[in-house]
Design a protein around this ligand. Structure first.
Ligand code: ADP
Ligand code: MG
Length: 848
């Protein structure tokens, strides 16, 4: 193939450009990007902004143009924050999508390179191999054992063997054998394909199968919070009326028009304070930023809801080869019963793929080369037949013309291959014993057999019909990855069970399991045993068993289902084409970015770019952190809205006139300007709690806002309400003419309480000092804290205070504000201390 590749130079960049202009990009549907204008309009449609605008209009109507103007400035501020936020989220999501875009290898200007499938143009030469999903239609220029699954187009489940295009159509069907079609899979072999049709011109495009756009599904969290937002809005409407009416009757001395306008204004203030418009923002921002941070750590999340699910994972089913081990194989032992090692190795080599993809085969060929058995020697003559590897048979073979003979060489798992070998009972036992002893040291053992048919007529049709001469065993070493032991340890402490799944033998699997610290005391379940089990038996088994061996992809599916039926949240890795169903049915399907097939990547929720087990554990940890932060942020928003909403409600109820109210619309907006960035920027970045991987996974059905956390948020909010409204009310009672000062006292308490809340709320159990230590390096936390203090100084002690209807408190009053704010929030530290004590005694209690 190499010499031909030389002749295949592919397109030049000038040609690519020309083709692109002629045919466009290889997409079924062009992506439409939202314009800045539509985004702005979207933001403006939010009820919050309608309220804001209404409030400023009312100010203007009242003839208070200055207030109206200040209000408008704030509105612009909030809108800008929102638009920037949305724009950033959009950009992040688009970048993520591009990262997971399917790639394809092409030859252009004589060089092989990987490009985004979208970039393909007619005339391009694609190089495809097992596991590739074809991105365009094309004719086959070169191929070796190419087989494709065209069921997506033809409905025909049987694979199709492909042929090189000779220019004439040899197929007797609409679907040509010398053509590969977009949307179909390469299940075996390799080929060079010249693209003929791209995008909607492909057969796949014509069917329009994939044209239906993917609907971004709402995450469970989004649904849950949408409910909360709706409920709050409904309450807001009721309170709007209530406050409006109360205000109306509070001010009999105003004109009727004046009374109406004041009542509407009071109602609007309250509604603004009531609507937790931050909730939806928190979710999209936290999830997408979370996904972005994960991408930087080589874990590509394909569906946003997965970020949420990750933190709840209870069982991690991982492939042994490549995930737990390095997938860097070397032949470390050979055993030929007749002592003829060279023949064993030659047979092993002949049974390998000529262009191996699998590290094991590469290792075998390397080993042969070291013994002087070159690939030219092995594969120099004609390949007559191939017996393809199947997961069920776990063996494969080739028939070659080799040095004037016909040689059938086969290799595979000892259990299966020995059945084909002519052996006496004694010889067989010797072979099995040797295989077992090699496996026990963690080696993958492959048996090799050979036969020499006298004539082509004697070549068996199927490998299972062959009668082989047993040549010996090969042991391959694939050491565990560095640090896997520690990572598995982290998982056990975090209450996550690691289950190893492998096509290898039980002994090999158990040995590797022991090396990395997966307990094998519950035994090993083999694929055959699994086959005999009923679903109920399997459900019982998966509760304890940690090792599954000689498994085929269909078994993975059953294991996932059994685990899920037991209420587990299952993450499962997979790389092969046949793993796709299991990946789909797992809660989190994890595909491998390096060695995985395109099909598995497509089916997965998460792609591990570096194939490392460590990354999975890191991802789970981040999933927990993100979920924690969402919970904390939602709790925060709840808490901080309570003093604002209730103040807006209480003051009119107490018969305080419109001009002396605690919070005017201005102040509500001012507070929103602080709250918005606090939750979307500061809380999003909160680092994981120190013990985040030392607690069990959250219950999968756990609601974001349980009655308990909600209750705690409400209590916290009420405490701040008592402090802030109390400060305002007492000051107001003692100096009824100085509403601005009273207001400053109350507002100061809320702002400082907000500051304390971020620190103390950053953990459910840690003490404030531990939290501060953890947050030490979080710049945003400190910048925002400083910002709040600066803002408070500016609005109280500069001419701004006049504009904002505030007044400068004295030193003593300032100290009072600080103390009140601290007390209203920091009592929560006591609750945390009690929790810590309880947890400690739980941990030290026996059988806990
Ligand atoms: P894993 O799940 O560990 O990747 P595989 O499904 O790749 O395992 O392989 C399972 C078994 O099939 C191996 O232990 C080996 O016995 C056999 N096998 C795998 N690949 C080949 C191959 N290329 N040639 C012969 N036998 C193979
Ligand atoms: Mg494998």
């Amino acid at each position: 193939m190499d010499d031909v590749k030389k002749a295949l130079n592919g397109l030049t960049s000038a040609e690519v450009k020309k083709q692109r202009e002629l045919f466009g990009t290889n997409e079924l549907q062009a992506e439409k990007s939202e314009t800045f204008l539509t985004k702005t309009l979207e933001v403006l449609r939010e009820p919050m902004f309608l309220l804001l605008i209404a409030a400023s209009v009312i100010y203007f109507l009242l003839g208070e143009a200055r207030d109206g103007a200040i209000m408008l400035i704030f509105v612009v501020g909030i809108i800008s924050i929102d638009i920037i936020q949305e724009w950033k989220t959009d950009k992040t999501l688009r970048a993520l999508k591009n990262l997971s875009a399917p790639l394809i290898t092409v030859i252009r200007e004589g060089v092989e390179s990987e490009i985004d499938s979208k970039e393909l143009v007619p005339g391009d030469l694609m190089i495809v191999h097992e596991g590739v999903k074809l991105p365009a239609d094309g004719v086959i220029v070169r191929q070796s054992d190419l087989r494709t699954d065209e069921s997506t187009l033809t409905g025909e489940p049987e694979g199709v063997w492909k042929t090189v295009s000779t220019g004439q159509d040899v197929s007797d069907d609409y679907w040509r054998l010398d053509t590969c079609y977009a949307g179909t899979l390469v299940t075996q072999g390799t080929a060079v394909v010249r693209v003929t049709k791209t995008g909607t011109a492909t057969e796949y495009g014509k069917i329009g199968a994939a044209v239906a756009t993917v609907i971004e599904e709402k995450t469970p969290l989004q649904k849950q919070t949408a409910g909360i937002v709706k409920a709050s809005a409904a309450i807001a409407v009721v309170l709007f009326l209530l406050v409006g009416i109360v205000t109306f009757f509070n001010i009999p001395d105003h004109s009727l028009g004046g009374r109406l306008i004041e009542s509407v204004l009071a109602g609007i203030t309250l509604s603004m304070a009531m609507i937790p418009e931050e909730f939806p923002v928190i979710l999209t921002v936290f999830l997408s930023m979370g996904a972005w941070r994960l991408a930087k750590k080589d874990a590509l999340v394909k569906r946003l809801p997965s970020v949420e699910t990750l933190g709840a994972v209870t069982v991690l089913c991982v492939d042994k080869t490549g995930t737990i081990t390095q997938n860097k194989m070397t032949v470390s032992e050979t055993w030929a019963p007749d002592g003829d090692e060279p023949t064993l190795c030659e047979a092993m080599g002949l049974a390998c793929e000529t262009k191996p993809y699998d590290p094991m085969e590469k290792a075998m060929l390397t080993y042969c080369r070291e013994l002087g058995i070159t690939e030219e020697h092995l594969f120099g003559e004609d390949l007559i037949t191939e017996y393809a590897f199947t997961d069920e048979l776990k063996m494969m073979g080739h028939v070659w013309h080799h040095e004037n003979e016909i040689i059938l060489a086969a290799k595979g798992s000892p259990e299966h291959l020995l059945d084909l070998c002519a052996l006496t009972d004694e010889e067989r036992r010797a072979a099995e014993d040797k295989a077992a002893s090699l496996s026990k040291t963690g080696l993958r053992v492959i048996a090799v057999g050979m036969m020499k048919p006298d004539s082509p007529a004697q070549i068996p049709e199927k490998l299972t019909d062959a009668r082989l001469h047993f040549r010996g065993l090969v042991g391959l070493l694939d050491p565990p990855r560095d640090g896997v032991r520690d990572d598995i340890d982290v998982c056990s402490r975090a209450g996550i069970r690691v289950v190893m799944i492998t096509g290898d033998s039980g002994e090999t699997a158990a040995s590797i399991a022991r090396q990395v610290g997966i307990p094998d005391d519950a035994g090993v379940v083999t694929g055959d045993r699994l086959e005999d089990m009923s679903d109920e038996e399997l459900r019982e088994k998966v509760k304890t068993v940690r090792i599954f061996s000689r498994v085929i992809p269909a078994h993975k599916m059953r294991i996932v289902k059994a685990l899920k039926a037991n209420g587990e949240v299952v993450a499962m890795t997979g790389d092969g084409v046949n793993d796709a169903p299991a990946l789909k049915s797992a809660d989190i399907g994890i595909a491998m970015g390096k060695r995985g097939s395109e099909v598995s990547r497509e089916a997965a929720d998460l792609i591990l770019m570096d194939d490392r087990f460590k990354t999975i554990v890191e991802t789970v940890r981040d999933g927990r952190r993100i979920y924690d932060n969402i919970r904390k942020a939602v709790g925060y928003v709840f808490t901080i809205h309570i003093p604002i909403a209730f103040s807006a409600l209480l003051a009119p109820m107490l018969g305080i006139g419109p001009a002396s109210l605690f919070l005017l619309p201005l102040h509500v907006v001012l507070l929103e300007l602080v709250i918005d960035p606090t939750c979307s920027v500061v809380l999003e970045r909160l680092p994981a709690e120190t013990a985040i991987m030392q607690r069990p996974p959250r219950k999968p059905d756990a609601r974001l806002l349980t009655r308990k956390t909600l209750g705690m948020s409400v209590v916290q909010g009420l405490a701040i309400l008592a402090a802030s409204f109390g400060a305002y009310y007492i000051t107001f009672m003692s100096q009824p003419s100085n509403a601005p000062l009273a207001r400053s006292m109350g507002l100061g308490v809320i702002l400082l309480a907000n500051l304390f809340l971020v620190f103390t709320g950053s953990s459910d159990t840690e003490s404030l000092f531990v939290s501060i230590g953890r947050l030490k390096r979080e710049k945003t936390v400190w910048i925002s804290s400083f910002g709040i203090i600066l803002m408070l100084t500016l609005i109280l002690y500069t001419p701004l205070s006049g504009f904002l209807k505030l007044a400068a408190p004295s030193g003593l009053q300032l100290l009072t504000i600080l103390c009140l704010a601290a007390v209203s929030v920091l009592w929560y530290e006591l609750v945390k201390a009690v929790r810590r004590r309880r947890r400690r005694s739980e941990m030290s209690a026996p059988n806990a």
